[in-house]
Design a protein around this ligand. Sequence first.
Ligand SMILES: *Cc1c(COP(=O)(O)O)cnc(C)c1O
Length: 821
Amino acid sequence: MPKPSNVLSHPAESADIAAFRAAVLDKLAYSFGKTPDVASLNDWYMATALALRDRIVARWLKTGQRPDAEGRKRVYYLSIEYLLGQLLFDALINMRLLNVARAALADLDVDIDQLRKLEPDAALGNGGLGRLAACYMDSMAALAVPAYGYGIRYENGLFVQQIRDGWQNELPERWLSLGNPWEFERTDTEYSICFGGSVEYVGDGHGNGTARGLWYPDERVLAVAYDTPIAGWRGRHVNTLRLWSARATTPVQLAAFNEGDLVGATAPRAQVEAISRVLYPSDATAAGQELRLRQEYFFTSASLQDITRRHLEQHGDLTSLPDHAAIQLNDTHPAIAVAELMRILVDEHEHAWDEAWRITKGTLSYTNHTLLPEALESWPVPLLNRLLPRHMQIIYLINKAHLDDASAKGFVEPGMLASISLIQEGHEKRVRMGHLAFVGSHRINGVSALHTDLMQKTVFRDLNRAAPGRIVNVTNGITFRRWLYEANPSLTALLVNTLGERVLDDPAELLRLKGFCDDAGFVEEYKAQRRRNKQALAGRIHQLTGVRVDPTALFDVQIKRIHEYKRQLLNILEAVAVYLAIRREPERSWVPRVKLFAGKAAASYERAKLIIKLAGDVGQVINNDPLVGDKLKVVFMPNYSVSLAQCIIPGSDLSEQISTAGMEASGTGNMKLALNGALTIGTLDGANIEIRNEVGADNIFIFGLTAEEIDDRRRAHFTGRQAASPRLMEAIKSIDDGVFSPDQPDRFKPIAQALLGYDHFMVAADFDAYWDAQRKVDLAFVQPGWWRSSILNTSRMGWFSSDRAIREYASEIWSVPVVES
Ligand SMILES: *Cc1c(COP(=O)(O)O)cnc(C)c1O
C-alpha cells in the first residue's frame, strides 16, 4: 500500500526538493534574519509558510487576471465568520507539495509534523456557519469560480476554552501573536466607514421620497484590507479572502497628548478599533449589542465599496452590476447590504430608485441559517436611526414600496401586512433583518431540504406568498480536502489504492466501494486504519484529560457547540442510565463504550455551561468506579476547534446527531463523521434526513419524534414528568439527588426540574426511543455488519461534498460557470 503522503502529493523529485529547501532557507535568512542553527521551530514554520505562499501567489497573480480577460462574473461571499482552522497542510495538500516540503525540511533536520502542531487555528467563527464559509471558499477555488470572501479580521478569534474543576473558563485567543504568514496587508486598499450624523434630502419637488439624500455622518472609521490567498485543489485556481481591519482616522489626539493626557489621547482610537477586536462568541443567538451592529455595517460597507469600485473601474457604471457580480449574504449579519447598496446607487451614483432596486435585487441573494426565534436578528429602530440614519430612511422607503406592492396583489389584510412588514411593531419598533434580506434578494436559500421546507411554512410563509418563487434549497456540504484527505490520510490512501486516484477529484467514485464492502481483504484494511486512528485518538484523550480509554471500545462522539437544542443532555442522561444499569449487573457482558464530548458554550449561556459541568461530573464518577472499569468512560475534551475535530473524527465509530427535530438547520459535523465511516445515531432533523436517504435506513440509527410530532406535542403541553419512563426517572433522580455532585448536591437541580417541567427540547419525550436505538448500536457494533455499514457510509457520502453545493449555488443562484473536475 502506498504511504499516505505519497497519495496526497506528487512524488518528490530531488530537484523540487532542493528548490523548496533553498526557498525555505532564503525566507529564514532574508525575511527573519536567521541562520538554521539559531532558528526556532516557529521561525521554521514561518519560513516554510512563506516559501509555500510564494508558490500560491504565482498562481494567484495569474488567476486574478483571468476573469477580467474573459469578462467572467465574480462571486462575493459576505460572511461575518470564517472558521478556517490551520492552513499549512491544507495549502500543501491543495498545492500537491506535501511530499516536497516534508523531504526538504527533513534535509534540514526539521520535522514538518512538529511545525504543523505549532500553527494556531484561524478561529474567526463560532461553529457551523463559519466553517461552512471556509468549506465554500475551498470549493469555489477548486471549481475555479472567481470569488472573493469578505469578512472581519478579528484580532482575537473564538475564546480558548479551559476546563477547571469541570467548569468552562474563557481565555482570550491570540492567533496573531507570532505573526500571520498567510496574509498581505493592503495599505493601499482602505475605505471610510461612516456612522451617525444627519441626512439632508435633495428632493425632487414631487413629494417623492425616493430621491437622493445627503448623509452628513459624525464618525468615520477606516477599513483596511488584509488578503489571504485561498489555493484550490491541485492549485488550479486561487481566490482571495479579504478581511477588514478597523483603523482610526487619527492615531492620537495631539492636543490631548501635548497637554499630557496620554490615556485620553489614544482612547478614541482604541474605541474605534474595537470594531475588529473580538469575535462575538454567540452561536445560534443574536448578539444584540451596538458594537455588533457596528461590526456588521463595517464589513458590509467596506465590501460593497470595494465591489462597486472594482466594477466601476472595469465597466464604467453600475447598471450592469448584476451581470458581473453575485453577492451572497451568509445569514443576516450582512443584511444591511440591501440598504447600503441602495445608498451607494441612489445617493452616490444618482441612479433612479427603481433602477437601483433592480440592480440591488439582481445582485444580492441570501442564505438563511436558522429558524430559532432567539437567533433571528432584529435591530431597534432608534438604534438604527442613531447609527445609520440614512439607511433607516432607505429601509422605510423599501418597506413602503414592498407593502404597496403586496396590497396591489390583493394582500390587504392587516395581519398579513404586519407579518410581511420589515418593521416589527411593538413597544419598541424593530427592523427584521431576515425580512430585509429576503425582500432585497432574488434568491433565498435554506441549507437542507427539511430546513427549507420549514422556512417556507414558518418565518417566510407570508413573504413567500407575497413574493413567490424565490426560495430554493441548497443542502450544505463539506470540503473533502480538509475532512478526508487532510484529516484522515490513512483512509484516503486506502481509497486511492482501491479505487484509483480519480476518487480524489470525483467523489462519485466512492460509490464503487460497494463492490469491496464484502471483500475480506479490503474490510481488514478498512478496520486497520480505524484501529490506528482510534489508538492515536486514545493517546490524545489521555494527553488532554488524563483519562485512559480502551481503544477497542466503541467511540461514541458528540462534538459541536453546547446548546440545549443539540441535546448533549439526552446523551449524558443515557450515560447515567447505562451506568446505573452496569452497577446493577456488572457481570453482564457490556459492549465497552467511550462517550466523547467536545464543544464550547457561549460565555453568557449559563445553562450550557452547567451542562458541560454535568458531563464532567458524570465522567468523574463513572470513570473512577471500579465496578465499571472499561465498560463505560465519559470524557469531555477541552477547547473544541477545527484542528481538534480533525483529530477526533477519523477515530470515531458513532456520530451523535440528536437535535430536537426541526431545530438544526443542516448540521455539517454529521457529514464529516459519516464520510469518515462513523455510523450516525440521529433524529429526523436537518441534513440527517438526506444522509439517511443516501446511506440507506439500514446503515443509520434513526429515532425520535419528527418535527411535526413535536409541533403537536408542544400544543398539547405535555410535561417531562408525564413523558418520563421509570428508567429516565431514575437517571434524572440521581442527578437531582446529587449522586454526581456530592460536594454540592443541588448543583444540577435546575436541570432536573426543567426536564420534568416543560421540557422544551423534548429530552424526556425522546429518551426511550434513544435508549432503544443505543441498544441496537450495542448489538450492531459487535457484528461484522457494522463494518459493511461503515464502508457504505464512506461510499455514499459523495453527494455531501461542498463542491456539489457550490455547483448548485453557481447554477441556481449566481449564474456563473464552474470548471469540471
Ligand atoms: C463542523 C464543525 C462545526 C459544526 O458542527 P455541527 O455538528 O454541524 O454543529 C462546529 N465547529 C467545528 C470546529 C466544526 O469543524
